[in-house]
Design a binder for this molecule. Sequence first.
Ligand SMILES: NC(=O)c1ccc[n+]([C@@H]2O[C@H](COP(=O)([O-])OP(=O)(O)OC[C@H]3O[C@@H](n4cnc5c(N)ncnc54)[C@H](OP(=O)(O)O)[C@@H]3O)[C@@H](O)[C@H]2O)c1
Length: 328
Amino acid sequence: MDLKERYVANPQRYDNSEHMYRRCGRGGLLLPKISFGFWKNFGYADSYERSRSIASYAFDRGIVHFDLANNYGPPYGAGEETFGRLMDDIFRPYRDELFISTKAGYDMWPGPYGNWGSRKYLMASLDQSLRRTRLDYADLFYSHRYDPETPLEETLQALVDVVRQGKALYVGVSRWPLEALKTAERYLRERDVPLLVYQGRLNMLDRAPVEDGVLEFCREKGIGFISFSPLAQGLLTDRYLNGVPSDSRMARASSLRPSALTPELLAKLRELNSRAAARGESLAEAALRWVLDQPGVTSALVGVSSAEQLATNLKAIEPKSRESESLV
Ligand SMILES: NC(=O)c1ccc[n+]([C@@H]2O[C@H](COP(=O)([O-])OP(=O)(O)OC[C@H]3O[C@@H](n4cnc5c(N)ncnc54)[C@H](OP(=O)(O)O)[C@@H]3O)[C@@H](O)[C@H]2O)c1
C-alpha cells in the first residue's frame, strides 16, 4: 500500500460480528476471539510498511483489540512507538473502535524504578506508554507479572488509581499465581475497579492455567481470560514441520530456541498436523479452535509476521461442523 494513500477502513469489517466477539467474563465488554499482539515483528528492525499492512489488515477484519507492553520491541518501547505512528497514520479516526492494552512488570529502564511491581514503576511506565502510543488513555493496563517482593496491595492500589485518574479504563493481571490472583480479584472488587481480565499462556502444548486452577477461578468469578502465545510462538503451525526457516522467530529471536524443537516434539507436531489436515484444517486453525473451546477463554491473542498468517488464523472463528473427536 502506498504510504501516502489515506487509509479508509473496510466498511465490511463488522459483518462477521456474530462469530467474532465474545463477552469478556461477566462484564459488558466484547472482545474479538482473535486478538493481536505487538510483542515481536513491530520493533525498529521491522519494516513499518509491513507493520502497517498487518495492523490495517487486522482492523479491516474486525480485530479491534491490540495488545502492547512497555518493553515490546526491540528495543524496549519500539512496539508502542510503532503503534503510536500507526495511530497518527491510520487509526486516529477509529480510536473509539479500538481496545488497546499495555503492561508494565518486566525490565524496562535502569535503576530500582524500572522493573517489577512498585507504584513508582507502574505509574511512570503507564505515562511513558501513553506518550509512545500517542493515546490519551489505555483501554486496559496490566500488571505484567507477579512481584513477590512488593506487597500486592501496593501494586493493586496503583491499578485502582490509574483508573481513578482516567489513564486506563480497565485493569488486568498477567502471569500471577492463583493465590495472588485471588487477592487481586477481592482487592479490586472491593474498590469498584473489577479485574477485567487475566492474561496467561494457554495452548495445546502448555495447559498450566487449566492445571493450576487459574482458568476455572476466572470463570467462576466472571474474569475474562486472554490466552497469549496460543500457537506456542509458531510451533503449533506448519512453520517448523520441515526445518527452521531463516525468517522465522526460532531463527531470529531468543524467546524460541531451536533446542525447544526436540525430535519428540517434532513427531508430535507432525501427528497433530496430519490429524488437523484430515479434518480439513491447518494446524494453526486447529490449535486456535482448541484454545477458544476451553471454557472460560475470551480471546486467543496471536502474533503474526504477515497478513497471510492472520488470514489463516482467522479461519479458526469461522463456523464449521466438526467431528466430535478432539485433536489432543
Ligand atoms: N503477558 C505476557 O507475558 C505475554 C508473553 C508473550 C506474549 N504476550 C502477548 O501475546 C501475543 C502473542 O504471542 P506470540 O507472538 O507468542 O503468539 P503466537 O501466535 O503463539 O506466535 C506467533 C508466531 O507464530 C507464527 N505464526 C502465527 N500464525 C501463523 C500461521 N498461521 N502460520 C505459520 N506461522 C504462524 C509467527 O512466527 P514467525 O514470526 O516465525 O512467522 C508468529 O510470529 C504477543 O504479541 C503479546 O501481545 C504476552
